[in-house]
Design a protein around this ligand. Structure first.
Ligand code: FDA
Length: 397
């Protein structure tokens, strides 16, 4: 089959030189496969480079199926169990890359995300993987072999791996290539939307809170049945911070976010106790101990009576608790793909094998990484899915 192709032939062509695509390529190359990686961008791994504030939160030692959203929550189990965070950590250590745990099992490079891209490229080089940047695929026909049109001319392959990621950060080269291809082949694509994304407030709601931009507060933030104990951050457009980003993946337009601003405290009980112990204290002062002076002041201006604690009635205490525990916020939207870390939804997992990521109805076609309907929580889980799904396909192609 391969020898009959009049064009340069590869065992494997991977479209997308991001986290999943490079992992797939180096795994397949390590098995002796002839591999070509094509990317339309001017350099590889752009999202890895910008991730984790430039230090790449490359995995999470607590990564498990419970940290993923997908229409089929079982789908991730096979790949995640066969390529664990410890496999990736071993690779990182083998390359002498210094790293540290920041919090909650999140591992970051000490120096720079460049170390991770450098490592993946070195691994690809060592097993003879060819990588071409600035190489958009302008036409593609599935068959035996698959045929692709590239700026350097047509190429063919036995296995074609789609690793083009999602829509987030179009400025970095994100496209809907994988979703469009799937649809054109009749492969179902679950509805997509921006996730791990700040939420926006409009009009009066925005104006009321805008000048608190930059203030971070501890919280338990809830949306769509999920709860996250992390910070929220006020922004000029609305709310961000890890708790909001996490909750955004569960939030639906028209629904509220419930933000408990006193996560370890029964606020009503605390107020009653303080009313006895520190009756001359003002409410603003007391709330400020947890909420910062600026937020406490704004809450008192907007919603709460700034009286001495001894003057608070039971009804006052009930209102104060309602305004803080939880503080119920009705976002008007999100910042969208412009700033989202990931795309929720994607290629329906029912169309794929969870063991190999191969398409059930199209022999020799694979989808890996973010293009698949698998979305991780914040904290290194999305890269772990990219490594694990890339590895699963790389072992089979
Ligand atoms: P990825 O997007 O990495 O790669 C897709 C590749 O395909 C790109 O190189 C792109 O140029 C190429 N491509 C797209 N369309 C193409 C086309 N038509 N033709 C050819 N090539 C095409 N996750 C995490 O676990 N820890 C973290 O610290 C962060 N931090 C972070 C910060 C920011 C700002 C963002 C936007 C995202 C993160 N993430 C993250 C998420 C993480 O970056 C993401 O989940 C993975 O990069 C997904 O890997 P993929 O390989 O699937 O796609």
């Amino acid at each position: 089959m391969a020898s009959r192709s009049p064009y340069p032939h590869y065992d494997v062509i991977v479209i997308g030189a991001g986290a999943a695509g490079l992992m797939c390529a180096l795994t397949a190359g390590g098995r002796g496969r002839r591999v070509l990686v094509l990317d339309h961008a001017n350099k590889v791994g752009k999202k890895i480079l910008m991730s984790g504030g430039g230090r790449c939160n490359f995995t999470n030692i607590h990564c498990g199926p419970e940290h993923f959203l997908s229409a089929n929550p079982h789908f991730v189990k096979s790949a995640l169990s066969r390529y664990t965070p410890w496999h990736f950590i071993a690779l990182v250590e083998q390359h002498g890359i210094p790293y540290h745990e920041k919090k909650l099992g999140q591992l970051f490079c000490d120096r720079s995300s460049k170390d991770i891209v450098g490592m993946l490229l070195a691994e690809c080089r060592a097993v003879g993987v060819a990588i071409r940047t600035r190489s958009p695929v302008s036409d593609l026909r599935l068959g035996a072999p698959h045929w692709l049109s590239t700026p350097q001319g047509p190429v063919t392959c036995s296995s074609l791996v789609i690793a083009t990621g999602g829509y987030s950060i179009p400025k970095m080269g994100a496209t809907g290539f994988g979703f469009d291809l799937a649809r054109s082949l009749g492969i179902p694509v679950r509805p997509t939307r921006a996730a791990l994304v700040p939420v926006t407030l409009e009009g009066r709601k925005r104006r009321q809170l805008q000048d608190l931009a930059g203030v971070a507060l501890d919280s338990v933030t809830r949306a769509g049945g999920a709860a996250f104990r992390e910070n929220i951050l006020f922004t000029h457009r609305g709310l961000s911070g890890p708790a909001i980003l996490q909750a955004s993946s569960y939030w639906q337009p028209g629904e509220p976010l419930e933000i408990d601003l006193f996560p370890d405290t029964d606020l009503a009980g605390h107020l009653e106790a303080m009313r006895r112990e520190r009756p001359r204290l003002t409410l603003k002062k007391l709330l400020g101990e947890q909420l910062t002076r600026r937020v406490a002041q704004r809450w008192c201006e907007l919603w709460l009576p700034d009286r001495r604690l001894e003057q608070l009635t039971g009804e006052d205490i009930r209102r104060i608790q309602q305004a803080c525990q939880p503080w119920t916020v009705w976002p008007d939207g999100t910042e969208g793909y412009r700033t989202a870390e990931v795309t929720l939804g994607g290629v329906d997992t029912h169309a794929l094998s969870s063991k190999t990521m191969a398409c059930r109805d199209h022999p020799g076609l694979y989808f890996i990484g973010e293009v698949v309907d698998v979305t991780g929580h914040l904290g290194g889980h999305n890269f772990q899915w990219a490594w694990a799904s890339g590895h699963a396909a790389g072992q089979h192609v």
